[in-house]
Design a protein around this ligand. Structure first.
Ligand code: AMP
Ligand code: ZN
Length: 467
């Protein structure tokens, strides 16, 4: 399998560190608000990667943290703790906020068929591991104490910008950092491992440590939780592209300094979901959530389909118009699949070329849109329905689109759709009887948009949705 690796910036053959086993780590959500559909694009594509690795026969262990402390409003260690800001906003405790939004995150994941990782660790449950790692970094001379905080000393590294692709915006994080003048830092890119002194003295959660009462920096969480659960050698580390710098760069710096060897071989980054205002982000507000899509009548799986139609390494622009197109495509596809009448056993020989094409698409850096095309090719193919169902079931293990059993909820929305169409047809008939041509025409156009074909027959009006 060829996978694009941010480390080296090329597509590379994926080879796990040890045999068949794949250790995979995912940066989890910062649970101070609902996940937006941009965050969920990243989790959907990571889910596809995990499932495709399993489909390919790997034994995957996937670990994810929950950031419930330490993520400040700037990724460069400055500003208020996001969790604390969330708690203040809702007049609740940090732990209440964390519990609520962690549950909300997994509810969203369930609706999008995102599998829960094998291990999920809230950062607040791993304080001892963070302290141990920071202590070792101090002992090894990679860290220093200043002004009550412990910092990682980036000048001790041969190479800090390991991804080598920092653009000016990324570097500006460092510049902004020095503009905010944390005079404790010896070098512009040094980052906090442990805080005891923050500008926000009302930090709610603090723990005893050799450096005083305080709390961990955000970056140390992921390194420590990954090493605790996946050991010293990580195969794949995933996240949204905004995490590459400084978060993942700092993770690599501290993990490799701590371990004394290379840590993670493949870095998988998903490009952003944008809207008309640019990158969708929690801090900007006005973001879209899964519940909002549901309130508007969309099945969340349609959003998953929308994501799979594009490559994960291309920015994706969201609009309701494109979601509508994905919805129409999804409904057509599932109704075509529902009309199959499988009988007997699949013919494995005639299935093989389609399995090969699916594999070729996915092996090429997870080309999900081409893999989806393979579902259409199967439907068009001159093979038995039993073979078609066999293939679609296999592909859907990876795609996760419920292609063979669209949700019951959808049945309900089908009923609602039927009612909407019948109401429109009745209104149109009435308008025509009243010679209200303008209304009749606009209803005809609306029905056309919905792909409804209406026919006058001796038994009255009949309609169907065009495939
Ligand atoms: P957070 O909850 O802010 O820690 O982010 C959770 C995940 O979502 C991280 O992997 C981020 O890199 C990713 N992410 C944040 N914004 C976007 C976006 N607009 N599009 C795709 N992924 C994003
Ligand atoms: Zn992380």
């Amino acid at each position: 399998m060829q996978l694009y690796n941010t480390l080296g910036q090329t597509k590379q053959e994926f080879i796990p560190h040890e045999g068949n086993r794949v250790n995979m780590y995912t940066c989890g959500p910062t649970v101070y608000h609902y996940a937006h559909i941009g965050n969920l694009r990243t989790y959907i594509m990571e889910d596809v990667l995990e499932k495709y690795l399993r489909y390919s026969g790997y034994d995957v262990k996937r670990v994810m943290n929950i950031t419930d402390v330490g993520h400040l409003s700037s990724d460069a260690d400055t500003g208020e703790d996001k969790m604390l800001a969330g708690a203040k906003r809702e007049n609740k405790s940090v732990l209440e906020i964390a519990k609520f939004y962690t549950n909300a995150f997994f509810d969203d994941c369930k609706k999008l068929n995102i599998k829960t990782p094998d291990v999920v660790e809230p950062a607040t449950g791993c304080i001892d591991e963070f302290i141990e790692m920071v202590s070792t970094l101090l002992e090894k001379g990679y860290a220093y104490e200043a002004g009550g905080n412990v910092y990682f000393d980036t000048s001790k590294l041969n190479s800090y910008y390991v991804f080598g692709n920092q653009n000016e915006d990324d570097l500006a994080v460092g510049v902004r950092d020095s503009v905010e003048e944390d005079s404790n830092k010896r070098n512009k890119c040094d980052f906090v491992l442990w805080f005891t002194k923050s500008k926000f003295e009302d930090q709610e959660l603090k723990w005893d440590s050799p450096w005083g009462l305080g709390y961990p920096g955000w970056h140390i969480e992921c390194s420590a939780i990954s090493i605790k659960n996946c050991g010293e050698y990580l195969d794949i580390h995933c996240g949204g592209v905004d995490n590459a710098f400084p978060h993942h760069t700092n993770e690599i710096a501290q993990s490799e300094a701590y371990l004394g060897h290379k840590w993670c071989n493949y870095w998988f980054h998903v490009l952003h979901l944008n809207d008309a205002r640019g990158k969708m982000s929690k801090s900007k507000g006005g973001f879209l959530t899964v519940s909002l899509l549901e309130d508007k009548g969309y099945d969340p799986i349609v959003y998953r389909m929308f994501c799979l139609q594009s490559h994960y390494r291309k920015p994706l622009t969201f609009s309701f118009e494109s979601l509508d197109n994905a919805s129409v495509a999804y409904n057509k596809l599932t109704s075509r699949i529902a009309s199959l009448a499988p009988q007997g056993e699949p013919d494995l020989q005639s299935a093989q070329p389609y399995l090969d094409s699916f594999k070729a698409a996915m092996d090429n850096d997870l080309n999900t849109s081409l893999a989806l095309t393979e579902v259409y090719n199967v439907l068009k193919a001159d093979i038995t329905d039993a073979t078609k169902v066999y293939l679609i079931e296999k592909f859907d293990y990876v795609l996760g689109l419920d292609l063979l059993n669209p949700k019951k909820k959808e049945q309900k929305s089908d009923d609602a759709l039927t009612k909407e169409i019948e109401d429109l047809i009745e209104k149109r008939t009435l308008a025509r009887q009243n010679k209200d041509w303008a209304t009749a025409d606009s209803i005809r156009d609306r029905l056309k948009e919905m792909h409804v074909v209406v026919k006058d027959t001796p038994n009255g009006i009949e309609w169907h949705i065009e495939n």
